[in-house]
Design a binder for this molecule. Structure first.
Ligand SMILES: C[S@@+](CC[C@H](N)C(=O)[O-])C[C@H]1O[C@@H](n2cnc3c(N)ncnc32)[C@H](O)[C@@H]1O
Length: 228
């Protein structure tokens, strides 16, 4: 049972943040984000291998918060077809540029807010969310919307920074300061236990909880869950 509330900055409204407001920060930083190298290549490759092993050529797959599409471009070949979405039109523009230079018939990119229940309309065999669940306005609303996009028996595969597992000065002081300066997005602060509880509240059956980082302490938890 979930006992501790998931904390968010006092100034962050719940359910009132529009997709446009959410996109504003990410549109602004998209080109820089695209240029930044992956911080832990070995950890990233472990995650990719793990996800590839869970996917099958029969699966239709939805990725939410796909950013500039790097992961979708690596995973689409392991699926029947893949739709990768992001709230930021600029991120999707970059993803489409990459797709144009390495065409993959199975992959499409689209702009969508992961917190909208209508997300994509269709239900998928697997939904992927990497480095995005801490960015939604409300974790429960986000998980509810995600659940509605997964077929019964389908998979939800995520990797999420649990900011409550960092030095508390970072989420409590440095992130709000950076946010005030427009240099950080809105974030939710939770730990792995709170994230697991949220999954379970929404009826997900958790099948694996792992860490793939190879550098220092890894606050990003990889969770494989199934919609019963
Ligand atoms: C930290 S980046 C991660 C990108 C990519 N998944 C990765 O692991 O490199 C977070 C991404 O989530 C997107 N995002 C944030 N809030 C979102 C929301 N409510 N719905 C969909 N995408 C969202 C941002 O636009 C950004 O591209």
């Amino acid at each position: 049972m979930h006992t501790r509330p998931i904390s968010r900055p006092a100034t962050t409204p719940v359910q009132t943040t529009t997709a446009a407001a959410k996109a504003r920060f990410w549109n602004r930083v998209a080109r820089k984000y695209a240029a930044d190298p992956i911080a832990d290549v070995a950890g990233y490759e472990t995650t990719l291998k793990r996800v590839q092993a869970l996917l099958s050529p029969e699966h239709t797959v939805l990725e939410i918060g796909c950013g500039t599409g790097t992961t979708a471009l690596r995973l689409a070949a392991s699926t029947r077809r893949m739709l990768a979405t992001d709230v930021s039109a600029e991120m999707i523009a970059i993803a489409r540029e990459k797709l144009a230079s390495q065409p993959l018939a199975k992959l499409r990119f689209g702009v969508a807010d992961a917190e909208t229940a209508a997300l994509g309309g269709a239900r998928h065999d697997a939904v992927l969310a990497f480095n995005v669940l801490h960015l939604v306005s409300d974790l429960d609303l986000g998980l509810q919307a995600i659940l509605s996009t997964i077929k019964p028996g389908g998979l939800f595969i995520s990797k999420t920074p649990c900011l409550a597992e960092m030095n508390p000065l970072i989420p409590r002081l440095i992130v709000p300061l950076m946010r005030a300066l427009g240099k950080a997005p809105h974030v939710l602060v939770f730990d792995t236990a709170q994230l697991r509880s949220a999954f379970e509240r929404h009826g997900f059956a958790i099948e694996a909880v792992e860490r793939h980082g190879t550098k220092r302490k890894d606050i990003r938890v990889f969770i494989v869950a199934r919609r019963p």
